[in-house]
Design a protein around this ligand. Structure first.
Ligand SMILES: Cc1cc2nc3c(=O)[nH]c(=O)nc-3n(C[C@H](O)[C@H](O)[C@H](O)COP(=O)(O)OP(=O)(O)OC[C@H]3O[C@@H](n4cnc5c(N)ncnc54)[C@H](O)[C@@H]3O)c2cc1C
Ligand code: SF4
Length: 327
């Protein structure tokens, strides 16, 4: 870890100005940035500490939806009574992320900006080839060990999986990322790797996440986040699904359905084909099973991660069935 200077920002404008300087990086909870600096992936010249900025940790929920400040802690959002009742998938996604200690420190903005857990990306000393770290250097994962890598949204340049949980729930419910005055849908905030895997987010120098907005809906209210992982806690997803459902008054016909996948794609992955196949249909096990297979339409695996192609549709189907049982 190399030397860096430290700036404690005392206003939003000061934070943005400092963050626009070459080599500057924002520091919020520090739970992942410090790790990245230690392993030589992040080499900030200046750390701009935003953790003490006032007013960015608010959580407001009303009939229209929720607005969550970028500095709200994961644990506070997960445990907020109105988030739990109106956006259960958001609360559950946060509860199943990381550990209690990390959730108490980590912020919502930092959570969205977390980087891939691709082991080659995180080991520059032994694996210099990584297009995400060093554009044009190649990809050590392709042809290497790929058990944790993505099967959706990949490119010839990068197959790294987006590891976060919260963003999966946010994509399902059309959340919007606030970058100060500029607001963009969360689905557009995360970029596919294409030929430029080093560019992961639609954020410009001098911009920072100030908050997120989640529109309220009946499907968000009846929602869940199901996460399958190698061990039951403190582990990233092998495959996960955020699902929300709204039924017609008969309690069986699907009026609205939201499905997004985690653990299997290079960004939080909205599965619109599953949604479209089931809207207007009566919730029956065979129909749900067949539609859930559409979740991995277009997937490409690299051998060791083939299990994700089978696992993801099962996770989707199980989450939909679970919500049906509570109808
Ligand atoms: C062992 C371990 C297990 C984990 N398991 C999970 C898991 O299962 N699921 C999951 O979702 N996450 C998991 N995480 C990731 C964890 O959720 C993140 O470390 C945390 O959310 C990051 O938040 P932070 O505030 O500490 O960010 P920091 O470490 O402070 O910053 C992270 C990045 O975001 C940038 N940043 C911070 N705030 C802003 C902002 N407002 N605007 C723009 N950029 C900003 C920083 O510059 C940095 O690049 C795990 C982490 C660890 C270490
Ligand atoms: S998958 Fe992406 S992050 Fe991992 S080594 Fe290849 S280019 Fe780097």
């Amino acid at each position: 870890m190399r030397d860096f200077s430290y700036v404690r920002a005392n206003s939003l404008d000061a934070a943005r100005q400092a963050a626009a300087l070459p080599g500057a990086m924002l520091l919020a909870g520090g739970t992942t940035l410090i790790d990245l600096a230690k392993c030589g992936v992040a080499e900030p010249e200046t750390l701009v500490d935003i953790a003490h900025l006032k007013g960015l940790d608010r959580i407001e929920v009303n009939e229209r939806g929720a607005t969550i400040g970028a500095l709200a802690r994961m644990s506070h959002v997960a445990d907020h009574a109105d988030i739990k009742s109106r956006f259960p998938a958001v609360s559950e996604a946060l509860w199943q992320a990381a550990s209690a200690q990390i959730r108490n420190m980590a912020t919502i903005g930092g959570n969205l900006m977390q980087r891939t857990r691709c082991p080659y990306f995180r080991d520059p000393a032994n694996f210099p080839a990584c297009n995400k770290r060093q554009p044009g250097s190649g990809c050590s994962a392709i042809g290497g060990v790929t058990r944790g890598h993505a099967v959706l949204g990949i490119s010839d340049a990068c197959i790294a999986m987006y590891p976060g949980d919260l963003a999966v729930a946010l994509v399902a419910f059309d959340a919007i990322v606030h970058l100060g005055e500029r607001h963009i849908p969360v689905d557009d905030f995360f970029l596919l790797p294409g030929t430029t895997p080093d560019r992961e987010h639609a954020i410009e120098p001098g911009e920072m996440i100030t908050g997120i907005e989640i529109p309220g809906s009946a499907s968000a209210r009846r929602s869940t986040y199901l996460k399958i992982r190698d061990r039951q806690s403190y582990e990233f997803a092998a495959a996960s699904a955020a699902v929300g459902i709204e039924f017609e008054p008969d309690g069986r016909t699907i009026r609205d359905l939201r499905v997004a996948l985690g653990g299997v794609a290079t960004k939080p992955w909205r599965a619109r084909a599953v949604e479209n196949a089931l809207k207007g249909k009566v919730l029956e096990p065979d129909t749900v099973r067949a539609a859930s297979l559409l979740a991995v339409e277009g997937s490409v695996d690299h051998g060791a991660n083939h299990y994700k192609v089978e696992l993801a549709p099962r996770v989707v189907a199980r989450a939909i069935r679970k919500l049906g049982e509570t109808a």
